[in-house]
Design a protein around this ligand. Structure first.
Ligand SMILES: *[C@@H]1O[C@H](CO)[C@@H](O)[C@H](O)[C@H]1NC(C)=O
Ligand SMILES: *[C@@H]1O[C@H](CO)[C@@H](O)[C@H](O)[C@H]1NC(C)=O
Ligand SMILES: *[C@@H]1O[C@H](CO)[C@@H](O)[C@H](O)[C@H]1NC(C)=O
Ligand SMILES: *[C@@H]1O[C@H](CO)[C@@H](O)[C@H](O)[C@H]1NC(C)=O
Ligand SMILES: *[C@@H]1O[C@H](CO)[C@@H](O)[C@H](O)[C@H]1NC(C)=O
Ligand SMILES: *[C@@H]1O[C@H](CO)[C@@H](O)[C@H](O)[C@H]1NC(C)=O
Ligand SMILES: *[C@@H]1O[C@H](CO)[C@@H](O)[C@H](O)[C@H]1NC(C)=O
Ligand SMILES: *[C@@H]1O[C@H](CO)[C@@H](O)[C@H](O)[C@H]1NC(C)=O
Ligand SMILES: *[C@@H]1O[C@H](CO)[C@@H](O)[C@H](O)[C@H]1NC(C)=O
Ligand SMILES: *[C@@H]1O[C@H](CO)[C@@H](O)[C@H](O)[C@H]1NC(C)=O
Length: 626
């Protein structure tokens, strides 16, 4: 996972190191040079001596940090003359035409670069500086700034800030934290786990609550950080003042930049990025719905037709999405010699290894594209199918073995979709009762994972997953292969915590009533032997609190997301003891606030929430305004 220098960059480093140190000029992959910017050309076009008047520039979208290592972390900001995004696009030759939407033509206007300084320190006053630097940004990369702050101490809290060079125009103050050295003994590490944040479906209050509680060390996002849709096609943003821009389905580089920028106006999302280092991966909607290696549902293509549709080739759209994602997310570009690789791992002391998979974009065999569900069902047990591709699969199994060998107490596996088998015939009918877009459509890949864990006696595995917009807590069992006892959990090899959405709607119906949601989870929990708790009603997130002895999962439901607020409900808590490889019994302590436990009860506490102007009575059956 080391950063490798690009041949392209080494030749221009002599020209100006300050350009190259802004990582966003790079392509995320050597194999896709068109995703990078020829710094040489930018340098020639831009004359640093004619830089912007600092008072004409704004830090438009806060600050962010991410991909922490023991000695370094990625820092991010955006500073430019406008909060609007850049309309240029990146071309294969590296030549960057600027597109003027008003005159509808390409222009070659020379735009001055923006000079930015940054520093990171152990104190809020930024006196005790550990590292600092100076970089340029420009319209070519949408005025984003992404730097690696090095020479840091392990497992240490830092504060950082950017400023426009030679001025007092400063960014907000950010806070971040490095990871421990792999051999360090650490305990009580907290992570907040998110997925599926859809701007027009609600406010991202879920992101803000761990900030207000200051309850975790790191934030994990398992994907669907943005959605590509037009408002109205998916979402009711006009009724809550959250129409995502541009208000159309997104295709171009400008579209993806604009969409990310719109999401980054949510105050709770900004607060989370400002306070916590993030470790995100993408799911499908960062590009488009139900993507796989060669296409996506909207293109209705097959592995044989890796081509254009509606004037946009899958490749170009994906490249636009990827370029914008790397510009806007505080992540590293790992393994430059690989193919748009985002899968990567983090060692958090001797406590755990976090293995972040890309089960979506990298090398996934054909998925459910809605018209081919019968076909994908028919092939779902084919040995040749993979969600990850063989290169990533081999890496994954090696990571699990290496982690066990080095004696890390836990292996936490970040997966986009739900890992456990989930019979949902109650919703989908009996012909195709499973979600073939999740691991259920790639059974051999799941079997290979399970067999690697069982055959090698690898213990203490925690799968974390998203995508489904609902909460599912299971023992990880190899059903129909290894004996598993749902009452005791014996026979399992780990646990799965699948989380609900930040705001995306319940899959059993947007605005579903508590009664109907509860009715459905009763069926689901009864029909799936390894599923120990499920809730469909609440949007939310969960926190994992990890020590060598146990992992505790705390699920939170967000009762109101139609406006910004800090209300949350503790839905359920789960514990996994080291060596047990199953949920502690009684699961959930035998009592949860919402949803259905396989064994235990649900006790609802009605809430009255006074927002100052209105009092909301949350009966857990419906949200009523008093
Ligand atoms: C920059 O920020 C200032 C102060 O918040 C605001 O008045 C101004 O309109 C902003 N300029 C741009 C280009 O966004
Ligand atoms: C470049 O921008 C133009 C105008 O916005 C757009 O029509 C075109 O599709 C874009 N090309 C790419 C590769 O995004
Ligand atoms: C997608 O392609 C399949 C197979 O060719 C076809 O049956 C189906 O009608 C197509 N669907 C759409 C929406 O074009
Ligand atoms: C799903 O559950 C239904 C109802 O219990 C059952 O008839 C069906 O066989 C199950 N399907 C699978 C694939 O487990
Ligand atoms: C995977 O394991 C299941 C048992 O859980 C078995 O029914 C299935 O045939 C296996 N598939 C493959 C491809 O190994
Ligand atoms: C669901 O609730 C939202 C927000 O209150 C509302 O705009 C939307 O119309 C509702 N949808 C349905 C299907 O009732
Ligand atoms: C409740 O769930 C059962 C399946 O267990 C289903 O047959 C029934 O229609 C559901 N009731 C409602 C009101 O949706
Ligand atoms: C979960 O644990 C917290 C303490 O950490 C407690 O306050 C909360 O009530 C518990 N929630 C449930 C549903 O038991
Ligand atoms: C309460 O009402 C005031 C005045 O109409 C308004 O400014 C404020 O935003 C409202 N607060 C909430 C939480 O709705
Ligand atoms: C919660 O509110 C519902 C609906 O009004 C009511 O039926 C129920 O008894 C209340 N539960 C408690 C514990 O007060």
């Amino acid at each position: 996972m080391k950063l490798q220098s690009l041949a392209l960059l080494s030749s221009v480093v002599l020209v100006s190191a300050n350009w190259a140190k802004n990582l966003n000029y790079r392509s995320p992959s050597d194999h896709h040079p068109s995703l990078g910017i020829s710094i040489h050309k930018v340098v020639k076009r831009n004359d640093p001596s004619s830089a912007w008047d600092p008072t004409k520039l704004n830090f438009t979208h806060g600050v962010a940090s991410g991909d922490p290592y023991p000695n370094s972390v990625i820092l991010w900001t955006r500073v430019g003359p406008s909060s609007d995004n850049d309309k240029s696009n990146v071309t294969v030759s590296g030549y960057v035409p600027l597109y003027n939407h008003d005159t509808d033509e390409y222009v070659t206007v020379s735009k001055a670069p923006v000079c930015v300084e940054w520093k990171i320190a152990t104190d809020k006053a930024l006196k005790n500086v550990a590292s600092s630097g100076k970089v340029y940004t420009s319209s070519d990369i949408d005025y984003t700034v992404k730097v690696e702050a090095c020479s840091l101490k392990p497992y240490t809290t830092y504060y950082y800030q950017f400023n426009v060079c030679n001025s007092k125009n400063v960014s907000p103050l950010g806070r971040t934290k490095t990871t421990p050295n792999p051999d360090d003994e650490v305990t009580n590490v907290g992570i907040a786990v998110y997925s599926c944040s859809n701007f027009p479906f609600g406010f991202f209050n879920a992101y803000g609550n761990p900030v207000r509680k200051d309850s975790v060390d790191y934030v994990i996002h398992l994907g669907d950080y943005i959605y590509e849709y037009k408002n109205g096609d998916y979402g009711w943003g006009q009724t809550i003042g959250r129409v995502p821009l541009p208000n159309k389905e997104i295709y171009s580089l400008y579209d993806y930049r604009k969409r990310l920028a719109t999401y980054r106006t949510d105050l709770d999302l900004l607060a989370s990025h400002q306070q916590f280092p993030w470790i995100p991966v993408w799911d499908d909607h960062e590009v488009s719905d139900n993507t796989y290696r060669d296409g996506a549902s909207e293109l209705n293509n097959t592995e044989a037709s890796f081509v254009k549709d509606g004037g946009v080739s899958v490749d170009q759209r994906k490249m636009n999405a990827v370029r914008a994602y790397f510009e806007w997310m505080p992540i590293r570009q790992v393994e430059m010699d690989d193919n748009l690789r985002i899968w990567r791992s983090f060692s958090i002391g001797k406590l755990f290894d976090l293995i972040m998979l890309d089960t979506r974009q990298y090398d996934r065999s054909i998925t459910d594209l809605y018209w081919n569900t019968d076909y994908v069902h028919a092939i779902s047990n084919d040995a040749g199918r993979s969600m990850m591709g063989s290169r990533q699969e081999n890496w994954f199994y090696n990571q699990l073995s290496e982690s066990a060998k080095r004696g890390a107490a836990w292996r936490i596996v970040g997966s986009q979709t739900v890992f456990s088998r989930l019979n949902e015939s109650v919703a989908y009918g009996n012909v195709n009762p499973l979600d073939y877009d999740a691991w259920d459509g790639y059974q051999s890949n799941r079997n290979r994972t399970l067999s690697h864990l069982y055959d090698n006696g690898i213990s203490n595995n925690v799968f974390i997953s998203g995508d489904s917009h609902a909460s599912w807590v299971s023992d990880v069992a190899w059903l129909d292969n290894k004996a598993y006892n749902p009452a005791t959990g014996n026979g399992a090899i780990g646990v799965e915590f699948a989380g609900s959405a930040v705001s995306s709607p319940c899959p059993y119906g947007a605005n579903i009533s508590m009664a109907l949601a509860h009715n459905a989870t009763q069926w689901l929990v009864a029909a799936n032997s390894e599923l120990q708790w499920s809730d469909l009603y609440y949007r939310g997130y969960y926190e994992l609190h990890i020590s060598a002895e146990q992992v505790e999962a705390r699920y939170f439901g967000l009762p109101i997301i139609i406006f910004r607020n800090n209300y949350e409900i503790s839905l359920a808590n789960f514990t996994v003891k080291s060596g047990a490889n199953k949920l502690t019994r009684p699961v959930g302590g035998g009592v949860v606030e919402s949803g259905t436990l396989k064994t235990g009860k649900t006790v609802q506490t009605n809430l009255t929430v006074d927002t100052g102007n209105k009092t909301y009575f949350i009966s857990h059956y419906d949200l009523a305004v008093l």
